[in-house]
Design a protein. Structure first.
Length: 219
């Protein structure tokens, strides 16, 4: 795969926004569109900082620190694993119409390895590894995401986008163990809320890649 040839330092979970002089032009909300509305858990993102980084002779990468906000829009308390901040899939389209039709420029799955330890799953009540969200409450977590962009729009490269306007969706992992364990915990802790263990996919969010950009030699 083309992207696998890049340095490990660039292989972070990834999305893109406009960045000018190393700082995101969208310093506010990255996406205020709610995730799948039928789900009680909804996700929004806000950028904290961002920078373009040198990739190889043809590619740059955009690294963003973002704040994920999980909101309980349902009627029951939700129990969310505190480590729910890993991006498992990135989908980029040219516009909203293409995104809704699942026509993607980039559709990348990312492998994430985690180990929480059995201490998180013992006991009759949820411990510090989990967050309990009453209806209307929210929980925030930060992570680093990014996207590969073609330098100078030289040519089409699989897994990367050229400059211009796009929309992006991401899938976030909310559980890192087996479904069986999640169901066991859901039954054990039902008096405290519902354990949430399904991935969450965001709604399409618009972004722009600048052709003229400052690129740094990131560590």
């Amino acid at each position: 795969m083309r992207i696998s040839q890049l340095s490990r330092g660039l292989l972070v979970s990834l999305i893109c926004l406009t960045v000018t002089n190393g700082q995101s032009r969208l310093s506010g909300t990255l996406g205020q569109i709610n995730t799948q509305l039928e789900q009680p858990v909804q996700l929004t993102m806000r950028t904290v900082s961002g920078e373009y980084c040198v990739g190889d002779s043809e590619l740059d990468s955009l690294r963003l620190k973002v704040r994920l906000t999980y909101a309980n829009k349902g009627r029951r308390r939700l129990i969310l694993y505190e480590g729910s901040r890993l991006i498992s899939r990135i989908m980029i389209s040219r516009n909203f119409t293409d995104a809704l039709a699942k026509r993607f420029e980039v559709n990348s799955s990312l492998t994430q390895l985690t180990a929480s330890g059995s201490k998180c799953y013992k006991g009759a009540v949820p411990n510090d590894c989990f967050v309990i969200l009453p209806p209307g409450a929210s929980h925030e977590a930060e992570t680093v995401i990014g996207l590969f962009v073609v330098r100078g729009d030289a040519r089409e490269i699989a897994g990367a986008v050229k400059s211009g306007d796009h929309v992006v969706q991401v899938e976030v992992i909310t559980w890192h163990e087996s479904d069986k364990l999640a169901k066991d915990l859901r039954a054990r802790w039902r008096r405290y809320g519902t354990v949430w263990y399904e991935p969450i996919t965001s709604a399409p969010v618009p972004f722009t890649v600048e052709k003229q950009r400052k690129v740094a030699d990131c560590p």
